[in-house]
Design a protein around this ligand. Structure first.
Ligand code: GLC
Ligand code: GLC
Length: 786
């Protein structure tokens, strides 16, 4: 069952009912100001950091769900109020369409012959969110409408805001000037920023105190002020500051009225923050409000935003008769990659915006998906990431986007981390040809005076693995590898203890076959970097080490029908047919074959056949099988999840593309595409009632066969699946590989794709590539430069 459809021409997903299985969201903004916006206008806005500088409130745990947003109430005398986005009043609408586009969301709805069209976006280069709202009287009689706006201010630090009531219920402060509501909590002391909410129209009343607006014992679904049609012009002192305007509109039959609401963030220098005693200097807010006061201008800015996205995505466009592939490649997959660039794993409807910063491995992998779109930003990101590495080549697991410093609370010692830095640096140089990046000097752990070249950082990455080998000659796993939940040195028995930072048992024995695969894959890449741009002897040495590692995998990492996953702290096998549960894991099958291991001796083919036999379900490839049914402290968090969920045997989408890419290495185009298709949102759209998350973006996890919700996805939007899926479809399947000396064309197609054209930007020029599928693994291609 579908709840909408793709409008490819407009690059939109059109949702035709507010009653989607979960809120289906979109992101506004791409620089400093962001908004999460659902198909019922729920969500919140923040400036740069969803934890520290949150502008509006949202309640993750709320009943009913999706509470907090940009709410507009439309009220006529003797009629119940309604909202254009259905929530919070839940009044049935006569018409409802929500269009999520690239950086904007539009809702068109109608009730009682009043039509409301609301367009929400964050304009390029300004720190504000625009809600352009047009009311039209479609009846034959004059309509006297009262329109109410409503947002709830968050007192900046989202964690403190949800905990520290003894202080926070005293500190809320606002100002109202010319109908604009200013939120200035803590501005009197150390903050030099404020938020504001205005409209380009005279208002007939306002509320800034939540209790005054809602009335006692009422929720957002029936505010007293709206019911009475009268605002108290309340000024919040402490308690719960909000922003709400009342606007009276008299509409003749057929008449329309446009109103521009603007939610903004303003910042002043400390010595210029006041206009008078405790009065904010509002110049910045006034400048922005004034700029966006006409509808013509606002619409132009929205067009500018669309143009920006069209231009950006034009860097890779495919023409194919398979429109499910086309819309993912051309629009949604690239868009999702950009969102992961902007927000990493911080703020979604599943990530609270208060927990995670930028993961070292996450951010390195995200780069693989957006490097062709914004190579300058990728460059900056690589250098930021490398700066949290330690001198021995290991690294913090995470850094804070605001400070760019490593976060010690999340710990270190994830032994796959350093190798991902090679993955993204190589991808960057292949895309841009800019090998100078290798000579950029950057510190270790951001310590002044410790600066060394990026090349040296990479050298330490690779040697970190080599200096941390276990008894079988395989890399030690440390806290965990890619699978954060396979914690072989943790041995946690305390409820609530973090599996990733607790170290009760340093075995120096637990080894990872997955990291061995990574070492072989990225070791070869690093050796090539050395031979092209650096020290040849170093390159040769690493090729020798890669060979040795391969032998170790053949001797100690092969289980007979698939690659083993690991050895635990006692030297016991993990992911072996000998195991009672967790006999086979996906990660080493994908990574080892991607590294080219087992091609020569048939292991690769056997491993992938085992994947098909044991791990593939209708909705994707499961992470392991069979799932663990009880907790094992020697395996860690993975066994803390109920069977079939998350790392314990769900379809963990991130590594599905690895299997698909691995299939292309064996030249099995049909199998590769089959894996691609299973988790692809434009395919899962057909059964959205089962899948539940948005049909235009990837989710992190989908319930496995052993779960109670086979096929049900969770954790949409912020996942490495976006980047790897784009690598998979654009490179491995459609075969357009950026390489040091140019674009390399090497498709591996399923029978169902007969031909296609790609227009791709590469190092200053556009190339047109035409591919024809001659079947049986053969293709014919033509490439021309524009
Ligand atoms: C989450 C993490 C990622 C990790 C994966 C598997 O997606 O963000 O770093 O690799 O889980 O545990
Ligand atoms: C949880 C998740 C995992 C994530 C880790 C670190 O354990 O299951 O996916 O990587 O937390 O945040």
């Amino acid at each position: 069952m579908k709840y909408g459809y793709f409008d490819d021409t407009k690059k939109e997903y059109v949702i035709t009912t507010p009653d989607t299985p979960l809120p289906w969201i979109n992101y506004l903004g791409g620089q400093d100001f962001y908004g999460l916006i659902s198909n019922t206008l729920g969500g919140y806005s923040f400036y740069r950091d969803a934890k520290l500088q949150r502008l509006t409130r949202f309640r993750y745990n709320n009943v009913p769900s999706d509470m907090g947003g940009r709410y507009y109430y439309i009220k006529e005398e003797n009629k119940d109020p309604w909202n254009p986005g259905y929530l919070p009043c839940r009044a049935e609408l006569d018409k409802y369409v929500c269009r999520h586009g690239l950086g904007y969301t539009v809702i068109e709805s109608e009730k009682n012959n009043i039509e409301c069209l609301i367009k929400c976006f964050v304009p390029l280069d300004e720190n504000c969110e625009i809600h352009s709202l047009t009311l039209t009287n479609n009846s034959m009689i004059q309509k006297n409408i009262k329109l109410y706006s409503m947002i709830e201010w968050c007192l900046w630090d989202a964690v403190d805001d949800s905990q520290n009531y003894q202080r926070n219920l005293n500190i809320g402060e606002v100002e109202v000037e010319d109908g604009v509501i200013y939120h200035k909590t803590e501005y009197r002391e150390r903050r030099n920023h404020y938020a504001y909410y205005g409209v380009n129209h005279d208002i007939s009343g306002f509320e800034t105190d939540r209790d005054s607006f809602l009335g006692k014992f009422r929720g957002f679904d029936n505010p007293l002020s709206v019911e009475k049609g009268h605002m108290n012009n309340s000024i919040a002192h402490g308690w719960y500051p909000i922003g709400s305007h009342q606007i009276d509109c008299l509409l003749e039959p057929g008449e329309s009225k446009n109103l521009i609401f603007l939610l903004g963030y303003g910042q002043n220098s400390p010595d210029n923050k006041w206009a008078g005693k405790n009065i904010i200097n509002k110049e910045e807010a006034k400048r922005v409000l004034n700029k966006f006061k006409s509808q013509e201008f606002v619409l132009k800015e929205l067009e500018k935003l669309k143009h920006y996205w069209n231009k950006l995505l034009s860097k890779f466009q495919v023409e194919t008769s398979n429109d499910k592939v086309a819309r993912m490649v051309n629009i949604w997959n690239q868009y999702q990659c950009m969102v992961t660039f902007n927000l990493s794993r911080s703020a979604s409807y599943f990530e609270s915006g208060t927990g995670r910063g930028m993961g070292f491995r996450d951010s390195c992998q995200d780069i693989l998906g957006f490097v062709h779109l914004i190579p300058e930003k990728a460059r900056e990101r690589i250098l930021d990431i490398a700066s949290i590495q330690f001198e021995d080549g290991s690294t913090y697991h995470q850094y804070q986007p605001l400070t760019k410093l490593g976060n010690n609370n999340i710990g270190s010692g994830f032994n796959d981390d350093p190798l991902w830095l090679i993955a993204c640096t190589v991808a960057y140089i292949k895309e841009t040809g800019d090998s100078h990046i290798l000579n950029e000097t950057i510190p270790f752990d951001n310590k002044l005076g410790s600066e060394k070249s990026l090349f040296e950082h990479l050298r330490r990455s690779i040697h970190y693995t080599l200096s941390h080998l276990g008894p079988n000659g395989l890399p030690l796993i440390g806290r965990a590898d890619w699978n954060d939940c396979l914690n072989l040195n943790t041995f946690s028995t305390e409820p609530g203890e973090s599996f990733q930072t607790t170290a009760n048992y340093e075995s120096n024995i637990a080894e990872s076959v997955f990291i061995a695969g990574m070492f072989i894959k990225y070791g070869q890449e690093y050796a090539e970097l050395c031979s092209r741009f650096g020290d040849h002897n170093e390159g040769k040495e690493i090729i020798y080490q890669v060979k040795r590692m391969k032998e170790a995998v053949y001797n100690k990492g092969w289980d007979g029908k698939w690659f083993l996953r690991a050895y635990d702290a006692f030297g016991n096998k993990v992911g072996s047919n000998e195991c009672h549960e967790g006999k086979i894991y996906i990660e080493p099958q994908g990574m080892c074959v991607m590294a080219g291991i087992g091609i020569e001796n048939g292991h690769a083919e056997k491993a992938l056949n085992s994947v098909h036999q044991l791990l593939v379900n209708d909705y994707g490839v499961e992470l392991l099988h069979p799932s663990y049914t009880s907790y094992h402290k020697e395996l860690g968090e993975i066994t803390s999840y109920p069977p079939g969920y998350k790392e314990n045997g769900s379809v963990f989408c991130h590594n599905n593309p690895w299997i698909s890419i691995a299939e292309t290495i064996l030249g099995r185009g049909n199998k590769a595409f089959d894996i691609y298709r299973r988790i692809c949102p434009s395919y899962t759209e057909e059964f959205s009632e089962i899948h539940k998350t948005e049909p235009y973006v990837y989710s992190q996890t989908i319930g496995g066969r052993e779960s109670f919700s086979l096929g049900e996805a969770k954790n949409s939007w912020l996942t490495g699946t976006a980047a790897w899926s784009f690598v998979n479809i654009s490179q491995a399947i459609l075969g357009i590989y950026p390489d040091y000396d140019g674009l390399k064309i090497k498709p591996c197609l399923p029978d169902e794709i007969k031909s296609y054209k790609v227009r791709r930007y590469f190092r200053g020029s556009f190339y047109n590539i035409e591919v024809e599928n001659l079947m049986f693994g053969k293709t014919k291609s033509k490439i021309s430069k524009e």
